[in-house]
Write a protein that binds this ligand. Structure first.
Ligand code: VG1
Ligand code: CO
Length: 538
């Protein structure tokens, strides 16, 4: 095969957001658009190290996945990459990519996903680069990629390279004298083996076996289908109807593959019937999770994280490694902090997005971390992990021998309850959204804001801290500014404002509101979290 040098010109707006570059499929299909970004990713992330490098490539099954992988393979081959590991049919969940990068010690990986955003010819696509620790590229790498996209004038290409994505095994090529090989790997196997090392599958079998706890796992036609079928039904022996919507569809059946009370309503309705004791749903790329108990009892991601922190020792992996500490993203409620205090563990507060947890894990400072946006994970990989979270919950159910609801009630009795709600204002115009954020910046910059009091109902709140969250990474000292406007009151209630970094067009404003109660008469109440219809994600 010959290497071609194809002249090109830059496209505006190829700046990776919270989790890679996300745009409408039509934009990725514009001639040169995907090619430019993939070339910029290799040049920006790897520079000279691209020669002889090895990469994992896969995605969540959404429309344009197969085309994008052909493009990635042609550009990788032409840049001197030596090996690609690709999931069969292009299918790899985000956690599986992280697992495979670590297991085979590859240079990095490229994940083709727009996560929970809808898919299909008129919907979203995305490309994200992960580094050698298996985690999302940190900001210095994504900035380097962005820089290349702004000046790119050619990309390298092997137009005659065609990858057979469907047959397992090796395909070898000679590209201008160098060896290039592609391994099509089973999408599930390596991930399954990792889960077996972490959890006690024998114990979990005894939980979900026919006649035991009835579970309902809804994959929302995203990437987790094959993983969940294999793990919950084949390996753990749950009855055949336990895993539903388990065929990855390129438009996710026309739905948002987003595991929350709005978009996973089918699961909520099915659980509401009371026949199942445990329910879970995952997003398009398999890194998010929602956990429900009997009668659709909703576990907020904040509480899920705190409960897992409180019980982590029941999982064999953590028995082996010890529990090293916790972390949560800044907007995530402080339920985790209370467990950390009780257990004398460190608890770090990072900006939104999984990339900030990686350094803490690599340094051995944290075992468990999570976000309010349905992300939970541990240092077994460097991505959040939906199926892992469901298996962790089943482990806690086995260990405590309690229902999901009782686990939560007991947790709140011990620690109090952090009530939390999030409003998402989607498809806003960019300019007014920026103006609003600037006004909020002026508010928090004004020294008279601190000390002001506001009254709502019978409660008065006095501002203790008003700022824009700035993170100094305690491992490498790097600074991330402007991570969200915070108004924190003297009783630790908070209001946070930030702009989303995962949308494909326009602006999304997120408002996070949190208050704490230790009066047990309030615990059973539905928080706003599960009321308003406009709460797309909680
Ligand atoms: C959102 C969530 C954030 C999460 C990110 C990626 O980002 O708020 O917590 O890490 O999505 O998740 P933003 O910038 O839109 O608020 V995923 O499953 O979309 O990769
Ligand atoms: Co996701």
């Amino acid at each position: 095969l010959k290497i071609e040098r194809v002249p090109t010109t830059p496209f505006d707006g190829q700046k990776p957001g919270t989790s890679g570059l996300r745009k409408k499929v039509k934009i990725f299909q514009s001639p040169g658009y995907t090619e430019n970004f993939v070339q910029a990713t290799l040049t920006g992330a790897l520079g000279d190290k691209v020669k002889g490098s090895t990469l994992v490539v896969g995605g969540d099954g959404r429309y344009f996945l197969r085309d994008s992988i052909q493009i990635i393979a042609r550009i990788a081959a032409a840049n001197g990459v030596s090996k690609l590991f690709i999931g069969q049919g292009g299918i790899l969940s985000t956690p599986a990519v992280s697992c495979i990068i670590r297991k085979y010690k590859t240079t990095g990986g490229i994940i083709c996903t727009a996560s929970h955003n809808p898919g299909g010819p008129t919907e979203d696509f995305g490309i994200k680069y992960n580094i050698e620790n298996g985690g999302p590229a940190p900001e210095n790498v994504t900035s380097a990629i962005y820089k290349v996209t702004q000046t790119i004038n050619e990309y390298y290409y092997c137009s005659n390279l065609d990858v057979d994505l469907d047959n397992l095994g090796e395909q070898s090529f000679k590209v201008d004298g160098h060896d290039f090989s592609i391994y099509i790997i089973d999408s599930v196997q390596d991930y399954l083996e990792l889960m077996k090392e972490i959890f006690d599958f024998e114990a979990l079998k005894s939980v979900v076996r026919p006649g035991g706890l009835k579970i309902l796992i809804n994959c929302l036609n995203g990437v987790t289908g094959p993983y969940a079928k294999r793990i919950f039904e084949v390996e753990l022996g749950a009855p055949p109807s336990s895993v539903v919507n388990c065929v990855p569809l390129n438009d996710f059946g026309g739905h948002h593959p987003d595991p929350n009370l709005t978009y996973a309503k089918d699961l909520v309705d099915a659980m509401a019937k009371g026949e199942h004791g445990f329910g879970a749903a995952f997003d398009g790329d398999g890194d998010r999770n929602m956990i429900l108990g009997q009668e659709a009892f909703f576990v907020t991601p904040n509480d899920s994280l705190a409960v897992l922190a409180n019980n982590l020792e029941c999982i064999p992996y953590f028995k082996r490694t010890g529990v090293k500490g916790f972390a949560r993203s800044m907007p995530t409620a402080g339920a985790l902090d209370r467990v950390a205090r009780a257990k004398h563990q460190k608890c770090f507060e990072t900006p939104t997005g999984w990339k900030f947890f990686g350094n803490l894990m690599d340094a051995g400072w944290i075992s468990l971390c999570g976000e309010e946006s349905f992300g939970t994970g541990s240092d077994h990989i460097r991505e959040k992990d939906g199926i892992w979270a469901a298996l962790a919950w089943l482990s806690v159910i086995k260990y405590t021998n309690k229902s999901v609801r009782l686990i939560l009630m007991d947790h709140w009795r011990q620690y109090g309850r952090n009530f939390f709600t999030r409003y998402d204002y989607e498809n806003c115009e960019t300019e007014p959204a920026n103006t609003m954020m600037n006004k909020l910046q002026e508010l928090v910059d004004d020294p008279s804001t601190v000390g002001k009091s506001f009254t709502s109902g019978s409660k008065t709140y006095t501002v203790k801290i008003a700022d824009n969250f700035r993170y100094c990474d305690p491992v490498d000292g790097s600074i991330s500014e402007n991570q969200g406007i915070r108004i924190i009151f003297t009783d630790d209630s908070r209001i946070i404002y930030r702009l989303s970094g995962t949308g494909s067009s326009g602006a999304t404003i997120r408002v996070y509101i949190e208050g704490y109660e230790n009066d047990s008469t309030t615990f059973g109440k539905d928080s706003q979290v599960i009321s308003g219809d406009n709460l797309k994600t909680v």
